[in-house]
Ligand binder design. Structure first.
Ligand SMILES: [Zn+2]
Length: 447
């Protein structure tokens, strides 16, 4: 049997996880251009991309600027079971996964075996940067089964990393889970934030005193104030994101132990990222916020070029103080986490800021849009402890929203929208997306 060298041991040959993170900007940019050219050549063998790629111009700083971008809806029309236009003609055999969507049939994602293996690099880089050690004992709580992808490749990477791996998945039997973490001294949880936080709350509620020291989450944004709350209540020392990406594209970023919440290093050997102004179509320079598009080099079975991720982001000018040379970007959450109520466009992140004055009362909230009698209504579904649920709190919350959203207040005065309402839930009571285990921040029956 070949001697097994763990990913952690391999990383000891480098300053960080691998050589790429220490390379200078000049060297990385030259290599990235080569990767891009080679990748576009590969994709041009698909009828779908052939004409789109005629607009590529390598003489420009932004060679893809004129290439039409790919949306989730468009991809859905060109992937199995609808069509196979986006599957490379040379591809034999693959796994089908599903992604996204809380309603309707989900989107298909095609991954070959070698693509699944290639995820070891961004996974390893991400876990290494956020501080996973060989002595750590890790509960993998990502979603698996039901065509969900993440659990499988995280499991594979954890096996190779050189730590102790406990493949629970998000559907783990609670009693088995609670007993195991105590008996095996499991100190790290990895999974979607809301899955982990709900399990921790349940452990506490049921009288277990054991909690995780470190949480490495993925799949959704965890706000700084929520991290503080978790650290205060459970004594958690580290709460970091091992990576940011989407199942439709690839890993896009990873966090080190110096990065603020929402700031990531770009995996610029894995993806070619562009931040664009959707109105002008121009690629924006560092410091400007726009929509994120990615081209994913390792995706060979179904080449992904200029995929509209659906998130807003901004490249940062400065380098990270951790010493990694890979550029930093700041993520502004789902560009799509918003809806209109009357003439006001409400964004989740903004409402979260508005409601931050109630941080002690609100454990979690979901914004919902209802419509009846031809008028919109904003509903705030709020998780809070039983004793905190009062009509007085509900009124203060509505007052705070109306004070900060003048258009909404004006529409209410004119009678063109219904008065916002608050509906209370106990912590953990708002149903999660049954397939992904993620918290549903925005509920809009129109979408
Ligand atoms: Zn860093």
């Amino acid at each position: 049997m070949k001697h097994f060298v763990s990913l952690f041991d391999q990383a000891q040959n480098f300053e960080f996880f691998d050589a790429w993170e220490s390379k200078s900007d000049d060297e990385r940019i030259v290599r990235q251009r080569k990767m891009l050219a080679e990748y576009l050549e590969w994709a041009s063998h698909l009828g779908f991309y052939k004409s789109r790629l005629e607009a590529v111009d390598f003489k420009k700083d932004d060679p893809l600027e004129e290439v039409p971008f790919l949306t989730a809806e468009m991809a859905k029309e060109h992937l199995p079971p609808v069509n196979e236009d986006l599957v490379h003609p040379g591809q034999r055999g693959y796994s089908i996964f599903q992604s996204g969507g809380t309603t309707g049939y989900p989107k298909t994602v095609v991954f070959s075996a070698s693509e699944m293996d290639a995820l070891d690099l961004p996974n390893g880089r991400g876990y290494y940067a956020c501080g996973l050690k060989p002595e750590d004992r890790v509960a993998n709580l990502f979603a698996g089964g039901s065509l969900y992808m993440t659990f499988i490749h995280i499991n594979e990477m954890l096996e190779r990393y050189g730590c102790i791996n406990f493949p629970f998945a998000h559907t783990a039997d609670f009693n088995l889970f609670a007993q195991s973490i105590e008996k095996f001294n499991i100190n790290v949880a990895t999974g979607v934030g809301s899955t982990i936080f709900n399990l921790m709350a349940k452990l506490k509620e049921q009288g277990y005193t054991y909690q995780f020291e470190k949480i490495f989450y993925g799949g959704e944004h965890v706000f700084e104030e929520d991290k503080k709350k978790i650290a205060d209540v459970y004594g958690t020392q580290e709460i970091r994101s091992l990576g940011y990406g989407t199942v439709d594209t690839w890993y896009i970023g990873y966090q080190c132990n110096q990065a603020d919440s929402g700031v990531f290093h770009l995996h610029d050997d894995q993806v070619y990222a562009e931040i664009i102004d959707e109105v002008s179509g121009k690629v924006l320079p560092p410091g400007e916020v726009g929509h994120l598009l990615v081209t994913s080099f390792p995706r060979r079975a179904t080449p992904i070029i200029r995929y509209r991720v659906g998130d807003k982001a901004m490249m940062l000018k400065e380098k990270c103080c951790c010493g990694r040379q890979t550029p930093l970007f700041k993520l502004f959450g789902r560009g799509d986490d918003s809806f209109r109520v009357g003439f006001d466009t409400l964004d989740y992140l903004e409402l979260k800021n508005i409601l931050s004055v109630f941080a002690g009362d609100i454990v979690n909230f979901q914004m919902e849009k209802r419509k009846f009698d031809v008028k919109d209504q904003l509903v705030l579904n709020i998780e809070t402890a039983k004793e905190g649920q009062s009509s007085e709190l509900a009124e203060r919350i509505i007052g705070q929203v109306l004070k900060n959203r003048t258009t909404l207040a004006k529409n209410l005065k004119e009678g063109s929208v219904h008065r916002p309402i608050v509906e209370f839930y106990l912590p953990g009571e708002i149903p999660l997306n049954p397939r992904t285990g993620k918290f549903i921040k925005v509920k809009d029956l129109d979408k």
